[in-house]
Design a protein around this ligand. Structure first.
Ligand code: HGY
Ligand code: MN
Ligand code: MN
Length: 412
């Protein structure tokens, strides 16, 4: 199959999308249903129409662009990723899987291919946790892993619910209607930047993911009487920011205590109120991210953090509330999809490295829907979630070429 990837067009599209952002290029900020997110979605739909794909959206604006195969009754093969971006992030995270997936679908007919199974490009809503504190909102709903109670408990920083936000963004339909029916897809392959240093260190152009780490997020709210920073004497303060400082140290201690390099944890969000230099903190919110490829080991770290946090709050006479936002199982990728990616890599003369994904992705939940695997392309210096995130055009094109080959193999 002589596949040609239009690298220039793909690069131009990635660069164009990078400018639809709430922060100046090369930084990208594109939060769920912000005006730039909505604009980016509309622009994508123009590209889908231009490619002649059949487009539909579900109740939370997960968007599906289908290239019909010769056998419409056969379960399609799917690919895709996300275009939302955390504040001050990079322009490749997720985007490479959406625009790269589109280019793979455009390249196949150019090579004279006409797959038996339809091939569907999925753009998942809210892969990033920025707005509701929970990542992979769209793919969780598609996989049916979010119950009505959990969805109703989610609030954005303005106190809006998922229903409120979807109504404001003119979404229609029930959240339950987003659930995919079993067998709706034959397989799913996501192209994504590695967001880590391994491929570059090993000078490997392609990674194939065999397992995806298990993410968990824990929210802790601490409170105290606060007061004037000059007049309240130290013994009377019950300062929640000091309990928070102890808890952040406990997070690192708990992760290191497993003595496994696969256990990671950080306190990525710290909010202090009222946030005035001369006012003793009254409320502190911590959001803690804990991951491991081993779900049980990850859960042990959570238990240790929660115990240390409660003890610190009690010792300091602070108010204490905790909420486990999510604690998801790891995903194992389907061996036959991994093999298809390796075959597609070999077919274009590219070596391929088997590896785990320490970042989570929509594939973590698509693996609960159908056989799933991921293709990684290198990240310069392993950097991601930063404006200087970078993957070169020819590296992306190689990933797209392998993706196209894998889709062609899987779609028959
Ligand atoms: O946090 C993650 O692993 C993903 O980039 N949202
Ligand atoms: Mn990300
Ligand atoms: Mn991503």
């Amino acid at each position: 199959m002589s596949l040609s990837i239009d690298t220039k067009r793909l690069t131009d599209e990635i660069e164009y999308l990078a400018h639809i952002s709430d922060t100046p290029y090369p930084s990208v900020t594109r939060v769920l249903f912000s005006s730039v997110d909505l604009r980016a979605r509309e622009w994508l739909k123009l590209l889908y129409a231009d490619a002649g794909l059949v487009v539909r959206e579900d109740a939370v604006s997960n968007t599906f662009a289908r290239w019909p195969g010769t056998d419409p009754a056969a379960a399609p093969v799917a690919t895709g990723s996300h275009i939302d971006a955390i504040p001050n992030a990079g322009r490749f995270d997720g985007v490479v899987g959406v625009l790269g997936g589109l280019e793979a679908i455009r390249a196949l007919p150019r090579a004279g291919r006409r797959p038996r199974r339809s091939i569907e490009l999925v753009m998942f809503t809210a892969e990033e946790p920025t707005r509701f504190g929970l990542g992979c909102l769209g793919s969780r709903l598609m996989a049916g892993t979010l119950n009505r109670q959990k969805i109703a408990s989610l609030r954005d920083p303005q106190g809006l619910s998922v229903d409120d936000v979807c109504a404001q963004a003119y979404m229609h339909g029930t959240l339950e209607s987003t659930r995919l029916t079993p067998g709706c897809y034959d397989s799913f392959v996501e192209l994504h930047i590695e967001q880590g240093p391994l491929l570059e260190l090993k000078q490997m152009p392609i990674g194939v993911v065999t397992a995806i780490a298990a993410p968990a997020a824990l929210r802790i709210d601490l409170s105290g009487p606060g007061g004037h920073a000059g007049t309240v004497l130290m013994p009377d303060r019950h300062d929640p920011s000091l309990a928070a400082a102890e808890i952040m140290q406990a997070v690192e201690r708990a992760a290191l205590a497993t003595q496994s390099r696969d256990t990671v944890a950080t306190c990525g969000l710290v909010q202090v109120l009222p946030g005035a230099v001369n006012s003793i903190p009254r409320e502190v919110r911590l959001e803690i991210d804990v991951r491991d490829i081993d779900g049980a080991r990850r859960d042990g770290v959570l238990v240790a953090i929660r115990a240390a946090a409660k003890a610190s709050a009690e010792r300091r006479g602070c108010g204490f509330k905790e909420q486990l936002i999510n604690a998801d199982p790891p995903a194992t990728c389907a061996p036959h999809i991994v093999t298809a990616v390796e075959q597609a890599s070999a077919a274009v003369g590219l070596p391929c490295q088997r590896m785990i994904s320490r970042a989570y992705h929509d594939s973590l939940f698509m693996a609960q829907v159908c056989p799933t695997a991921m293709i990684f392309v290198p990240s310069k210096d392993g950097i991601s979630h930063r404006p200087d995130e970078y993957t070169a055009p020819d590296e992306i094109a190689q990933g797209v070429r392998v993706l196209a080959g894998a889709l062609d193999l899987l779609a028959g």
